[in-house]
Design a binder for this molecule. Structure first.
Ligand code: A2P
Length: 315
């Protein structure tokens, strides 16, 4: 039985979910089928990942084979930045439900505090649209209140300041804020704020996205603290990184399309990191890997002229 965390909606989110960002077409469907067969119950998706149809086909196969039912699973998707206009929000939600062929979502997140023009793909200056997070969130709330297409709503990539601003007008408190979180970017300030407000933190890039284009030179899994605890607990550095997030009360979304690693990333519930060993993480130097500067920062059309503004100094 997969451990779960309780959300402010009363629902329980499975502690481990399969990440699908950068999972290649032709591979992601197999990864989802394998993951669910070995015990995953939570799949993290997004329209922007461009692979929801293939994931939907994989889910249909699993349902037909009787491996799981829809009700056994937790499926998250995200509103893309070019669908933030209130009229587009319910359409985008319906589109993801249709592609994923899953009847409804368990959780629908605003992907970024960034708005792009309808249909815009990229990050060119002319792609940006004026940001109206309040109007977008109110459209998300309507979807939640209607209740047929998503059971919970939340946000992603929101700083403390941006989450606070949203709470000042929100009628529905986000169930989740999904953000980068791992031993080298622990999000302590954001964690304390979110948990004081009853908002759950879900960790993306929980093992540091080894080898991704945005991680630069940083190799989380090679950090000496992870290396030495891996030896001590007879686990891999990836399992130590994942377990650290679990000890913090965060759900985790390790991405893998490799069967061995998919299994490895689930086997983190037969041990605990001791209180004393958790203190070792306090000394780890902190570095945000996904800064978004090459995505959402420009000095003309973006609401964020600097990376400090995007993250409100949490950098
Ligand atoms: P792969 O898909 O080939 O397994 P994150 O979830 O933090 O973004 O990290 C994903 C990256 O880490 C992917 O490149 C993935 O590659 C790799 N990865 C996933 N699981 C493990 C693991 N247990 N050990 C080492 N690397 C992993």
């Amino acid at each position: 039985e997969m451990p779960r965390f309780k959300l402010n909606t009363g629902q329980y989110i499975p502690a481990v979910g399969l990440g699908t960002w950068q999972a290649k077409p032709g591979e992601v469907g197999e990864a989802v089928k394998y993951a669910i067969k070995v015990g995953y119950r939570h799949i993290d998706c997004a329209k922007a990942y461009g692979n929801e149809k293939e994931i939907g086909d994989a889910l249909q196969e699993l349902f037909k084979e009787g491996i799981v039912t829809r009700g056994d699973l937790w499926i998250t998707s995200k509103l893309w930045n070019s669908d933030q206009h209130p009229d587009d929000v319910p359409l985008a939600l319906a589109g993801s439900v249709q592609d994923l062929q899953c009847d409804y979502l368990d959780l629908y997140l605003m992907h970024w505090p960034v708005a792009l023009k309808k249909g815009a793909q990229g990050t060119a200056p002319e792609d940006f649209a004026p940001l109206d997070t309040k109007a977008t969130w109110q459209a998300m709330e309507k979807c939640y209140e209607k209740g047929d297409k998503t059971k919970a709503i939340g946000i992603s990539n929101f700083s403390v300041v941006k989450t606070k601003a949203l709470l000042s007008y929100a009628k529905v408190v986000p169930a989740v804020n999904q953000v980068e979180c791992h031993p080298m970017w622990q999000q302590k300030k954001l964690h304390d704020f979110l948990y004081s407000q009853g908002i759950h933190l879900t960790a993306y890039s929980p093992i540091g996205s080894g080898g991704s284009w945005f991680t630069k030179h940083v190799k989380v899994l090679e950090h000496p603290v992870l290396q030495s605890l891996a030896k001590k607990y007879n686990k891999t550095p990836a399992q130590i990184a994942l377990r650290w997030n679990i000890e913090m009360g965060h759900s985790v979304l390790p991405k893998s399309t490799n069967p061995e690693r998919i299994k490895e990333n689930l086997h983190i519930f037969d041990f605990k990191i001791s209180e004393e060993d958790l203190k070792l993480f306090d000394k780890i130097e902190q570095v945000r890997l996904l800064c978004g500067d090459d995505l959402w920062v420009n000095d003309t059309t973006s609401p964020y002229k600097t990376v400090e503004e995007l993250w409100d100094g949490e950098i």
